[in-house]
Design a protein around this ligand. Structure first.
Ligand code: TMP
Length: 236
Protein backbone atom coordinates (compact mmCIF):
# COMPACT_ATOMS: atom_id res chain seq x y z
CA UNK A 1 0.00 0.00 0.00
CA UNK A 2 1.34 3.35 -1.01
CA UNK A 3 0.26 6.09 1.38
CA UNK A 4 2.41 9.01 0.40
CA UNK A 5 2.46 11.15 -2.71
CA UNK A 6 5.49 10.54 -4.88
CA UNK A 7 7.51 13.57 -3.81
CA UNK A 8 10.39 13.16 -6.21
CA UNK A 9 8.36 13.89 -9.32
CA UNK A 10 9.87 16.41 -11.60
CA UNK A 11 7.32 19.04 -12.52
CA UNK A 12 7.78 20.81 -15.79
CA UNK A 13 4.88 22.94 -16.72
CA UNK A 14 3.49 26.20 -17.91
CA UNK A 15 3.03 28.75 -15.20
CA UNK A 16 0.39 31.43 -15.05
CA UNK A 17 -0.44 31.98 -18.67
CA UNK A 18 2.76 33.33 -20.08
CA UNK A 19 5.69 32.21 -17.97
CA UNK A 20 7.07 28.80 -17.32
CA UNK A 21 9.10 27.25 -14.56
CA UNK A 22 10.68 23.98 -13.67
CA UNK A 23 10.67 22.48 -10.23
CA UNK A 24 12.58 19.43 -9.21
CA UNK A 25 12.64 18.71 -5.55
CA UNK A 26 12.56 15.97 -2.98
CA UNK A 27 10.89 18.26 -0.42
CA UNK A 28 7.22 17.70 0.37
CA UNK A 29 5.23 20.09 -1.79
CA UNK A 30 1.85 18.48 -2.25
CA UNK A 31 0.08 18.17 -5.54
CA UNK A 32 -2.37 20.76 -6.78
CA UNK A 33 -5.03 19.22 -9.05
CA UNK A 34 -7.81 21.28 -10.58
CA UNK A 35 -10.97 20.22 -12.39
CA UNK A 36 -12.47 22.42 -15.07
CA UNK A 37 -15.41 22.27 -17.45
CA UNK A 38 -18.68 23.86 -18.47
CA UNK A 39 -21.84 23.56 -16.38
CA UNK A 40 -23.00 19.95 -16.03
CA UNK A 41 -19.64 18.50 -17.08
CA UNK A 42 -19.50 16.09 -14.11
CA UNK A 43 -16.52 17.58 -12.22
CA UNK A 44 -18.12 17.16 -8.83
CA UNK A 45 -18.87 13.46 -9.40
CA UNK A 46 -15.29 12.82 -10.50
CA UNK A 47 -13.85 14.66 -7.51
CA UNK A 48 -16.01 12.56 -5.18
CA UNK A 49 -14.91 9.32 -6.87
CA UNK A 50 -11.24 10.30 -6.62
CA UNK A 51 -11.67 11.29 -2.97
CA UNK A 52 -12.90 7.79 -2.19
CA UNK A 53 -9.72 6.29 -3.65
CA UNK A 54 -7.43 8.70 -1.77
CA UNK A 55 -9.32 8.02 1.45
CA UNK A 56 -8.97 4.24 1.01
CA UNK A 57 -5.25 4.55 0.30
CA UNK A 58 -4.69 6.85 3.29
CA UNK A 59 -3.22 9.58 1.09
CA UNK A 60 -3.53 13.03 2.71
CA UNK A 61 -5.75 15.34 0.67
CA UNK A 62 -8.29 18.14 0.85
CA UNK A 63 -11.19 18.89 -1.46
CA UNK A 64 -12.22 22.44 -2.13
CA UNK A 65 -13.90 24.63 -4.74
CA UNK A 66 -13.95 28.03 -6.40
CA UNK A 67 -15.45 30.41 -5.84
CA UNK A 68 -15.43 29.44 -2.18
CA UNK A 69 -13.50 27.10 0.08
CA UNK A 70 -13.17 29.40 3.09
CA UNK A 71 -15.66 31.48 5.10
CA UNK A 72 -14.85 34.74 3.30
CA UNK A 73 -14.59 33.11 -0.15
CA UNK A 74 -17.93 31.32 0.38
CA UNK A 75 -19.51 34.69 1.30
CA UNK A 76 -18.15 36.11 -1.98
CA UNK A 77 -19.54 33.03 -3.80
CA UNK A 78 -22.97 33.82 -2.42
CA UNK A 79 -22.84 37.29 -4.03
CA UNK A 80 -21.39 36.00 -7.32
CA UNK A 81 -23.95 33.29 -7.93
CA UNK A 82 -27.04 35.14 -6.69
CA UNK A 83 -29.49 35.15 -9.67
CA UNK A 84 -31.10 38.37 -8.36
CA UNK A 85 -27.89 40.37 -8.91
CA UNK A 86 -28.28 40.61 -12.68
CA UNK A 87 -26.92 44.17 -12.78
CA UNK A 88 -23.43 42.98 -11.77
CA UNK A 89 -20.79 44.49 -14.04
CA UNK A 90 -18.29 42.08 -15.71
CA UNK A 91 -15.51 44.11 -14.03
CA UNK A 92 -17.08 43.59 -10.59
CA UNK A 93 -17.51 39.91 -11.35
CA UNK A 94 -13.84 39.50 -12.31
CA UNK A 95 -12.63 41.28 -9.18
CA UNK A 96 -14.88 39.22 -6.92
CA UNK A 97 -13.66 35.91 -8.41
CA UNK A 98 -10.09 37.07 -7.88
CA UNK A 99 -10.85 38.28 -4.34
CA UNK A 100 -12.30 34.89 -3.50
CA UNK A 101 -9.23 33.20 -5.02
CA UNK A 102 -6.73 35.30 -3.04
CA UNK A 103 -8.39 34.44 0.28
CA UNK A 104 -8.89 30.78 -0.63
CA UNK A 105 -5.35 30.30 -1.92
CA UNK A 106 -3.66 31.94 1.07
CA UNK A 107 -5.90 30.49 3.75
CA UNK A 108 -6.44 26.94 2.49
CA UNK A 109 -4.59 25.85 -0.65
CA UNK A 110 -1.02 26.99 0.05
CA UNK A 111 -0.96 25.68 3.64
CA UNK A 112 -2.35 22.29 2.52
CA UNK A 113 0.29 22.03 -0.22
CA UNK A 114 3.01 23.04 2.25
CA UNK A 115 1.87 20.11 4.43
CA UNK A 116 2.41 17.82 1.42
CA UNK A 117 -1.28 17.17 0.78
CA UNK A 118 -3.04 16.62 -2.51
CA UNK A 119 -5.43 19.50 -3.16
CA UNK A 120 -8.46 18.66 -5.31
CA UNK A 121 -9.99 21.94 -6.43
CA UNK A 122 -13.27 22.24 -8.32
CA UNK A 123 -12.34 25.12 -10.71
CA UNK A 124 -9.44 27.58 -10.39
CA UNK A 125 -8.04 30.40 -12.52
CA UNK A 126 -8.72 28.73 -15.88
CA UNK A 127 -12.41 29.34 -15.14
CA UNK A 128 -11.65 33.05 -15.02
CA UNK A 129 -9.97 32.94 -18.45
CA UNK A 130 -12.94 30.98 -19.83
CA UNK A 131 -15.87 32.84 -18.23
CA UNK A 132 -14.62 36.39 -17.63
CA UNK A 133 -11.96 36.40 -20.37
CA UNK A 134 -13.68 34.69 -23.29
CA UNK A 135 -17.39 34.81 -22.46
CA UNK A 136 -17.43 38.30 -20.83
CA UNK A 137 -14.72 39.53 -23.19
CA UNK A 138 -12.50 41.08 -20.52
CA UNK A 139 -8.87 41.91 -21.22
CA UNK A 140 -6.54 38.90 -20.99
CA UNK A 141 -3.56 41.01 -19.94
CA UNK A 142 -5.53 42.34 -17.00
CA UNK A 143 -6.55 38.79 -16.06
CA UNK A 144 -2.88 37.73 -16.22
CA UNK A 145 -1.96 40.41 -13.69
CA UNK A 146 -4.89 39.69 -11.39
CA UNK A 147 -4.25 35.95 -11.61
CA UNK A 148 -0.64 36.27 -10.59
CA UNK A 149 -1.68 38.56 -7.74
CA UNK A 150 -4.50 36.38 -6.43
CA UNK A 151 -2.67 33.02 -6.70
CA UNK A 152 0.61 34.25 -5.19
CA UNK A 153 2.19 32.75 -8.32
CA UNK A 154 1.13 29.14 -7.52
CA UNK A 155 -0.30 27.24 -10.48
CA UNK A 156 -2.05 23.91 -10.58
CA UNK A 157 0.28 20.97 -11.22
CA UNK A 158 -2.38 19.11 -13.18
CA UNK A 159 -5.75 20.07 -14.63
CA UNK A 160 -8.50 17.74 -15.79
CA UNK A 161 -10.84 19.27 -18.34
CA UNK A 162 -14.14 17.45 -18.68
CA UNK A 163 -15.20 18.47 -22.15
CA UNK A 164 -18.66 17.94 -23.60
CA UNK A 165 -21.16 19.70 -25.88
CA UNK A 166 -22.93 22.62 -24.20
CA UNK A 167 -26.43 21.22 -24.90
CA UNK A 168 -25.59 18.02 -23.05
CA UNK A 169 -24.13 19.85 -20.05
CA UNK A 170 -27.04 22.28 -19.79
CA UNK A 171 -29.60 19.47 -20.19
CA UNK A 172 -28.03 17.74 -17.17
CA UNK A 173 -28.62 20.78 -14.91
CA UNK A 174 -31.98 21.93 -16.23
CA UNK A 175 -33.92 20.69 -13.19
CA UNK A 176 -31.79 22.63 -10.70
CA UNK A 177 -32.41 26.18 -9.47
CA UNK A 178 -29.99 27.82 -11.87
CA UNK A 179 -27.48 30.35 -10.51
CA UNK A 180 -26.57 33.67 -12.17
CA UNK A 181 -23.91 32.15 -14.43
CA UNK A 182 -25.85 29.00 -15.26
CA UNK A 183 -28.69 31.21 -16.53
CA UNK A 184 -26.46 32.66 -19.27
CA UNK A 185 -27.14 31.97 -22.97
CA UNK A 186 -25.99 28.95 -24.98
CA UNK A 187 -23.56 31.15 -26.91
CA UNK A 188 -22.00 32.32 -23.60
CA UNK A 189 -21.39 28.68 -22.62
CA UNK A 190 -20.08 27.86 -26.13
CA UNK A 191 -17.43 30.57 -25.68
CA UNK A 192 -16.50 29.08 -22.30
CA UNK A 193 -16.11 25.62 -23.84
CA UNK A 194 -14.01 26.88 -26.77
CA UNK A 195 -11.73 28.84 -24.46
CA UNK A 196 -11.16 25.80 -22.23
CA UNK A 197 -10.15 23.74 -25.27
CA UNK A 198 -7.83 26.46 -26.42
CA UNK A 199 -6.20 26.77 -22.95
CA UNK A 200 -5.82 22.98 -22.83
CA UNK A 201 -4.01 23.00 -26.19
CA UNK A 202 -1.74 25.85 -25.13
CA UNK A 203 -0.87 24.39 -21.71
CA UNK A 204 -0.91 20.75 -22.78
CA UNK A 205 1.80 19.66 -20.33
CA UNK A 206 -0.51 20.52 -17.41
CA UNK A 207 -3.81 19.51 -19.05
CA UNK A 208 -5.62 16.22 -19.46
CA UNK A 209 -8.77 16.51 -21.58
CA UNK A 210 -11.45 13.89 -20.93
CA UNK A 211 -14.69 13.20 -22.76
CA UNK A 212 -17.40 14.40 -20.38
CA UNK A 213 -20.12 12.32 -22.12
CA UNK A 214 -18.39 9.04 -21.21
CA UNK A 215 -19.67 6.94 -18.33
CA UNK A 216 -18.49 8.32 -14.95
CA UNK A 217 -16.67 5.02 -14.19
CA UNK A 218 -14.73 5.26 -17.46
CA UNK A 219 -13.70 8.89 -16.78
CA UNK A 220 -12.70 7.89 -13.25
CA UNK A 221 -10.54 5.06 -14.64
CA UNK A 222 -8.77 7.52 -16.94
CA UNK A 223 -8.19 9.96 -14.08
CA UNK A 224 -6.66 7.20 -11.93
CA UNK A 225 -4.48 6.10 -14.84
CA UNK A 226 -3.12 9.64 -15.22
CA UNK A 227 -2.40 9.83 -11.50
CA UNK A 228 -0.78 6.45 -11.01
CA UNK A 229 2.76 7.86 -10.73
CA UNK A 230 1.59 9.94 -7.77
CA UNK A 231 -0.87 7.67 -6.02
CA UNK A 232 -0.01 4.17 -7.23
CA UNK A 233 -2.30 1.65 -8.91
CA UNK A 234 -5.96 1.51 -7.98
CA UNK A 235 -5.64 -1.76 -6.09
CA UNK A 236 -2.29 -1.08 -4.35
P1 TMP B 1 -19.97 25.81 -9.72
O1 TMP B 1 -19.19 25.73 -8.47
O2 TMP B 1 -21.34 25.29 -9.58
O3 TMP B 1 -19.25 25.28 -10.90
O4 TMP B 1 -20.28 27.37 -9.97
C1 TMP B 1 -19.34 28.31 -10.11
C2 TMP B 1 -19.75 29.22 -11.23
O5 TMP B 1 -18.84 30.30 -11.27
C3 TMP B 1 -19.71 28.56 -12.60
O6 TMP B 1 -20.79 29.04 -13.37
C4 TMP B 1 -18.43 29.07 -13.20
C5 TMP B 1 -18.26 30.42 -12.57
N1 TMP B 1 -16.88 30.87 -12.42
C6 TMP B 1 -16.44 31.97 -13.13
O7 TMP B 1 -17.21 32.55 -13.90
N2 TMP B 1 -15.16 32.40 -12.97
C7 TMP B 1 -14.29 31.80 -12.09
O8 TMP B 1 -13.13 32.23 -11.96
C8 TMP B 1 -14.76 30.65 -11.35
C9 TMP B 1 -13.85 29.97 -10.38
C10 TMP B 1 -16.06 30.21 -11.55
Amino acid sequence: MMNTINMTQSFKKSASHGESYHRESSLPHGLFITFEGIEGSGKTTQIQMLEEVLKKKGIPYITTREPGGTKIAEAIRHILLNPDLKEMRPETELLLYCASRAQHTAELILPALAEGKIVLCDRYFDSTYAYQGAARDLDEELINVLTKFSTYGRNPDLTFLLDLPVEIGLARIKNRNLDRLEQETISFHEKVREQYLSIARKYHSRYIVLKGESQPEEIHRQILASLHTYIGEQND
